[in-house]
Design a protein around this ligand. Sequence first.
Ligand SMILES: C[S@@+](CC[C@H](N)C(=O)[O-])C[C@H]1O[C@@H](n2cnc3c(N)ncnc32)[C@H](O)[C@@H]1O
Length: 215
Amino acid sequence: MSSLALMRWLEGSPQRYDAGMRLLTFGRVTPLHAAVVAAAARKPGDRVLEIGCGTGSVTARLVAAGARITALDQSPEMLEQARARLPEAGVTWLEQTAAEIDRMPEAGFDAVVLSLCLSDMSASERGFVLREAGRRLAAGGRVVVADEVRAPGLFGWLQRLWRVPQAALGWLLVGSVSRPVPDLVGELHAAGLVVRAEQRWLLGSLAVMVSEPER
Ligand SMILES: C[S@@+](CC[C@H](N)C(=O)[O-])C[C@H]1O[C@@H](n2cnc3c(N)ncnc32)[C@H](O)[C@@H]1O
């Protein structure tokens, strides 16, 4: 099977795509998703805007937590899989890019979630999206981000060594090559958000950050 055919086969079902993500993260995507959802959906009925929902694995957990969800993705194929996975869940699905977040109501959400999609964006898009995400929050709301980041200290060198095989594996397993976000805390800060809680895995290279607007 050619690499393109393998990629298409993996992309053809959420289960296969999610298995690829688990392999790429040595299984850490599971606790990462759990941490994202625990921070975003604190009580049933919380309004959550999910950006880059992919095949819907975070969406499914948000549904189980009783959140009211608006989920968007720029990829029609990914959205189709997410929709098929959660046909009766009452999720509002939108095919649009993250940068179109400025169409969403201001102060309309208790949480904005960006799980493993910031690293697909350019630095300028991330800056715009994070700033606009803060504006979408109702009082007491939070922006929850999860992504690959630069590992601290010596672990950063291990991360660089692992980069080349990881990029090849990423392309084969999920059809994309992400780059770690170089300074996620700094980018959140520049967008007017302050990190209130943080969890990390894989020598500090995979992070969930829960942030709130600076008052
Ligand atoms: C690696 S998947 C992550 C999916 C899911 N959030 C998760 O945590 O498993 C990244 C998703 O983000 C979407 N994405 C990346 N950049 C985007 C953008 N600028 N606007 C909208 N969606 C984007 C991709 O289409 C893909 O479905």
